[in-house]
Design a protein around this ligand. Structure first.
Ligand code: ZN
Length: 67
């Protein structure tokens, strides 16, 4: 029943070890946590830039008068 459950041909993107089904696509919870932190860092970095734009000057599109 557990045949092929241990190794599915995938490797942990963090350390390169064979992935465990329980932590797929990672080999352990530690590696999954590392990737999660990376992901969160990227998410928070994106909207921060947009907020700066809104707080500074207004977008030109609004004052351009497209009509
Ligand atoms: Zn790993």
């Amino acid at each position: 029943m557990n045949e092929g459950a241990k190794t599915s041909g995938l490797r942990c993107p963090i350390c390169g070890k064979p992935t465990e089904q329980a932590f797929c696509p990672f080999c352990s919870k530690r590696c999954a946590d590392v990737d999660l932190n990376r992901w969160l860092s990227g998410v928070y970095a994106v909207p921060a830039k947009e907020e700066e734009d809104e707080d500074g000057e207004r977008p030109r599109e609004e004052g351009a008068g497209e009509e």
